[in-house]
Design a binder for this molecule. Structure first.
Ligand SMILES: CC(C)(COP(=O)(O)OP(=O)(O)OC[C@H]1O[C@@H](n2cnc3c(N)ncnc32)[C@H](O)[C@@H]1OP(=O)(O)O)[C@@H](O)C(=O)NCCC(=O)NCCS
Length: 152
């Protein structure tokens, strides 16, 4: 299987939203509202300062997507990119698709001195994804994540 990596565009909104609904169900058995997700993905496409989607695509269509969101780091006087919403379609897994997306982002960060690194968080129970991230050289030694989500 061969694929190329590109930024997401408005024409990809439906595919990306579908991936998110599938991912939430697969990883958390959480039934996301499709209309809300469609609006959320559209908001990013309409305002690139919010972030960017990155896709892997074969001749047959889009097979993976993720979202990068900027975080300002005053310690580093630059941007750290959060990786969110990682999803590879089941039939394309374990063939290096996520690795290639990740390595693409690493190159983007290396090429722009004001970009300082990549971060993500992952469900404690998603051991498969944690193995993937460790195998790519990410570490989880520094932070635990806390949150307050009053409207979930
Ligand atoms: C996690 C996920 C993104 C990995 O994508 P992928 O394209 O299959 O990963 P890759 O093929 O690029 O694999 C990268 C590395 O992780 C390893 N790996 C992949 N899937 C793995 C698994 N299920 N368990 C253990 N290791 C795994 C690969 O062997 C590879 O390591 P190597 O290069 O040392 O051999 C994909 O399985 C997925 O979409 N899962 C469902 C959604 C999800 O969990 N998203 C993450 C939410 S935080």
């Amino acid at each position: 299987m061969s694929w190329k990596i590109r930024k997401g565009e408005h024409r990809d909104i439906e595919a990306i939203a579908g991936f998110q609904v599938a991912m939430a169900w697969e990883t958390e058995e959480y039934a996301l509202g499709k209309e809300t997700v469609l609006a959320g993905v559209t908001a990013v496409m309409d305002d690139p300062s919010k972030g960017h989607y990155w896709l892997a695509e074969t001749d047959q269509g889009v097979i993976a997507s993720l979202l990068t969101l900027p975080e300002w780091s005053e310690w580093r006087n630059g941007q750290v990119w959060w990786i969110h919403s990682v999803y590879v379609v089941p039939q394309a897994r374990k063939q290096g698709v996520f690795r290639s997306l990740y390595q693409h982002l690493q190159q983007v960060v290396r090429d722009e001195p004001s970009y300082r690194g990549l971060r993500l968080y992952v469900e404690k129970t998603n051991h498969a994804a944690q193995k993937v991230y460790r195998s790519l050289g990410m570490n989880d030694e520094h932070y635990a994540l806390f949150e307050w989500m009053p409207y979930d």
